[in-house]
Design a protein around this ligand. Sequence first.
Ligand code: 13P
Length: 287
Amino acid sequence: MLVSTKDMMTKAVAGHYAVGQFNINNLEWTKAILLTAQENSSPVILGVSEGAGKYMCGFTTVVGMVSAMINELGITVPVALHLDHGTFEGAKKCINAGFSSIMFDGSHYPIEENLEKTKALVNTCDVLGLSLEAEVGAIGGEEDGVIGAGECADPDECKMIADLGVTMLAAGIGNIHGKYPENWPGLSFETLAAVKEKVGDMPLVLHGGTGIPDDMITKAISLGVAKINVNTECQLVFQEATRKYIEDGKDLVGKGFDPRKLLAPGFDAIKAKVKEKMEIFGSIGKA
Ligand code: 13P
């Protein structure tokens, strides 16, 4: 059964660890992440961007696939199915489709509009028992065609959004989606501490988990980050493992062309990466 992130977030804040959001793209991704969470007794959040939702034939297909897989694989750890960087319309579609958690990203709107739209979704999600993530201060980089310049959130605006009663808050602290450039100055812990000071125990979300050094992750968790999103890093290890399989000519031997064989190294690579992240985030054994 899908659950909201509310309970996971409360426990993560109290226990000083973070739950990973791993984005899914297809059946292999979903299966790899669910099995890894189960094997390591970790709660997990499956992230779905609007683009990935479209690719997987729509949000109802995603809900059907994930729910059925939880049953068929005997997954008993808490699993949330979460819309990643949703538009207002996308959020409504995911709510109707049966997602258990929603991110409404209104960070590109003026703060008044972000507040107004987020508030409308707080009410709907509350009634339905869903968790809601809001965003203040755009995350930089490019994801699914959405390009953010990357800015540090205003702690006062974070407080305004937090006071609406959202479940968790993504505040820009110099993090960006995708690979970090060589000259990246690192996370702004000054901003994170200032946000934490304003929002208290509100679980904070760190986007752009790919490539953030472990010591920065640990420090961010100590300053209130309870959810960390990882997408690109799983894509990169999948690519690398698949490339190696083909470059080694394994697809040309026997039935090496069978997609179940062809995709297996990438599948295993995602599992290893997700486990590594769960270890760093401290969520292993917390289900
Ligand atoms: P990365 O692709 O940089 O890991 O970011 C993922 C993310 O933040 C999804 O919202």
